[in-house]
Unconditional design. Sequence first.
Length: 387
Amino acid sequence: MADILKRNKALSVNPLKASQPIGGSLATLGFNRPMPIPMPMLHGSQGCTAFAKVFFVRHFREPIPLQSTAMDQGSSVMGEDENVREGIRTIAEKSRPALITILTTGLAETQSCDVQRNVREFREANPEFADVAVVAVNTPDFTGSVETGYAATLIEIIRALVPDAKEAGTFSGKRRRQVNVLAGYMLTPGDIKTLRDIFEQFQLRPVFVPDITDSLDGCLTDEDFSPVTIGGTPLSEMATLGDALVTVVIGTSLGKAAQLLEEKTGVPTYALDHLYGLKANDALICALAEISGKKVPERIERQRSQLQNAMLDTHFMLGQLRIAIAAVTSCNMPLLARIPVVSIKIGDLEDMELIGKANKAQLVIGNSHAVDTADRLGAPILRAGFP
């Protein structure tokens, strides 16, 4: 069990985390109608949305459709209900997306907004938009992280778009090759593409929920210009999740989303904490062999042998190397206690730098915000995470 060291500072210096609204937007952008793409709307100031938009554009190099309720000084005090309702109506009227997510920010939450009530009022006043799913999610910036915002939004999307098995007439195994995959926020477009190939080697048809492989890793099309991303999980697929063989869940933070999906569909769940390392990947491959009833393909066996050979070849350099790892995270999560390190610090990049300097760190693993920290420590950086 790891020792969790709680935050003891009144503020963050060089923050490590990305916020919940960014996580909620990321989850939304992994869906498709097929056109137009579902639309995230951040309930907050224009600056809140602009920051998130720049964050995504710099990371993915794709056009990102984010909307804002544009709270100002007056509405922050007096309330913004009308702007929320009008914002939903404008998006529905102009783009007619199949899904709109309303994601609160710290400003809106401090103002004590009630976006669920706003959505109900919009429904009552605008019955002509009954075909547009509107999902409200509380995602304040001042708590949680991109991971918790992503998970909370996925829960509400499943609640809104996946029909109950009894009402829809779905049952587990009706589609004998389909496997639902709840994809954690840590999976990149490249990760999901690789996973799709692995599933298909077992002659399975994966439905990733959500799927950012096309929507946030686009390709050139015949169109001269598109103001939004293209691709993602078709919303029509959400109605078929109850017919799948199983649901494979990647990431502990999606546990509640997986539980909700199983309650609505009756489809059994295979849960994987992550896919880092040989042991975790062995668990995935064994699960797919059990689900499909097929032997592990020779190609995968060979790739595993190649990895073992690479580990053997490098053991002269790494086998006797003593490495001190100081784990720093932005917020406390249940999984942290199970990580096999001595201690984990809840903090920011300043904490990581101080710990690294005291212990003469030889390597920094972190997102791109940790580049300057690595420079000051005189250590190389292995970029991982978001952004």
